[in-house]
Ligand binder design. Sequence first.
Ligand SMILES: NC(=O)c1ccc[n+]([C@@H]2O[C@H](COP(=O)([O-])OP(=O)(O)OC[C@H]3O[C@@H](n4cnc5c(N)ncnc54)[C@H](OP(=O)(O)O)[C@@H]3O)[C@@H](O)[C@H]2O)c1
Length: 329
Amino acid sequence: MKKTFKAFETYQNHNGDFKNKIAQKNFSDLPKGDLLIKVEYSSLNYKDALSSSGAKGVTKFYPHTPGIDAAGIVVKSNKTNFKANDRVIVTGFDLGMNTSGGFAEYIQIPSSWAVRCPDSLSTKESMMLGTAGLTAGLCIEEIDNHTPINNLKVIVSGSTGGVGSLAVKLLSLLGAKVTTITGKKNSEQYLYDLGSSKVINRKKFIDSTRLPLNNGVYDAAIDAVGGNILSSMLASMQYNGIITACGNVAGANFTTSVFPFILRKNRLIGIDSATCSKPIRDNIWNKFSTFWRLKNLDHICKMIDLSSLDEEIKKMLRGEQVGRIIVRL
Ligand SMILES: NC(=O)c1ccc[n+]([C@@H]2O[C@H](COP(=O)([O-])OP(=O)(O)OC[C@H]3O[C@@H](n4cnc5c(N)ncnc54)[C@H](OP(=O)(O)O)[C@@H]3O)[C@@H](O)[C@H]2O)c1
């Protein structure tokens, strides 16, 4: 094993600005933990973009290595549930928040944060999905438990982003009729290729929706952005509709009234991928490795190494990312 390893590091310079660099780390720099993992792949999620730009709600102490996702091989285990050479996936909990994260060649974590990578999924495929896939999967599982997805009219926001792209792909595989909302010009073909049957411009969707109740059109919704979009989605659901809320890139606050709930029996369900239990995670990862298996994931993924991460983070903060960024360690 090497004496030092490479890690992406966010630090605060003497002007107080947050900057990123590639650093050489010692193994003694890693936090205490039962599992030492050689990271093979990580992926970029919105929370990483926040952590690497100094968002104190995500990361309190710097210098810090972000990366809420990691997949790789167990090097050393102090617990019986994993042994050396096991392939594992680690997403969420405190990884990449205040625990040194997946944008590094090694992580050290409590073994309760890891799940076994299903045999038929490579560590690379698991990170093409990553937290974004787990989150899309959790949303779709909630919808499917409420009403079978086949032929369901589902609307997705933030649809060209990580969570959105994977949600559209999976919904389409399961036979839903998917409408996508996007703020990006020229992204129609990308969304049709994912399986969307209708694309609506973000501003048009907001401007054309009467609040608090519009025409009821959709049976289900996946909202990755919050703010006005969530208000408009809530106004546009059919009777007995279900809305899964997982993101806040457009804002943490939204306006609604009791009417979507007491007149249309709508349900608003919150989604948390970071601390959901191991059986819930195992269920979603096993589904992705079997009957939720998504083809052509490479069409929506860009593979990079640590040296390109800074520019991809900046693009994500500008709301310009399309699909998923996979980091090869
Ligand atoms: N609850 C959970 O467990 C969980 C897990 C993962 C992620 N999340 C959250 O889900 C959200 C999406 O994460 P992600 O990793 O998919 O990020 P992402 O790849 O950056 O995608 C976000 C997408 O939202 C849209 N968007 C950007 N700025 C916007 C704005 N100002 N108003 C409206 N839409 C905007 C863009 O898509 P279009 O241009 O196509 O509109 C963008 O591609 C984030 O808030 C993240 O924190 C939550």
